[in-house]
Design a protein around this ligand. Sequence first.
Ligand code: CA
Length: 275
Amino acid sequence: MRLIAIDLDGTLLNTESQISAENRAAIKKALISDCIVTICTGRATFDVKALLNDLDIPIIAANGGTVHDFNYKLLSRTLMDKEAGKKAAQYLTDHQIYFEVYTDDALLSPYDGEQKLEAELDIVTSANPNEDRDTLWQGALTQFKQFGIKPVPDIREVFNGDEHIYKLLCFSFDMEKLKLGLTSSGRHIIEILPDESGKGRALKELARHYGIEKKDIYAIGDSPNDLSMFEEAGHRVAMGNAINELKHISTFITKSNDENGVAYFINKLLENEYQ
Ligand code: CA
């Protein structure tokens, strides 16, 4: 039995945030070919469920915050410390950095988040005329299109309640604001998590659950938050659009996310053309 762990944004999803028919077909083929396929993403579980549609596979979400099996049964959860979260939320509010809070059923986002980000983008693009405003704004819109996004008047309030909190996601066009030295899933994004090993730790846990050894684990990713997942996998597949850090330690470089890189690799694997 082999375990294939696939990141979502920049990996399984194309730039329109969709799973192509080719990628979907390749996953289905892997599932009937003695493989377990799991999604390993920074997105929230309910968001992943909506994207997967009829594909019932295990899901590692919120960068390892939750692990669900084939039947959508929760195998484990790693929560963020409320006090640490509260401090981070206060810091981000004080520094006017847009952020979201991931809970069990929603992605809390401030009411005025979209407006504030747009104002920030205006400042950044007027200072850097070479930046393409539309492309940058597309990146922000991806955030607001996530399934389960819920605007609230004061996002800090959630830390006073008893909801489960998995992570904080910060988004800013002002790169200076993001120099907090934390894990990144994209150019304008940083995430504040309960522990840095996130995806890797959860993948190891899922592999143990199904009795799969490291040599039979295949991880596919593109971003810095996939590094921990690569450490737990015997086979490391970097997307054509991946960061160099991942490409350097990869065992295979596949095509880009807009060229069905996931399907390209899976088909090679199933046809014994890998290695
Ligand atoms: Ca990614």
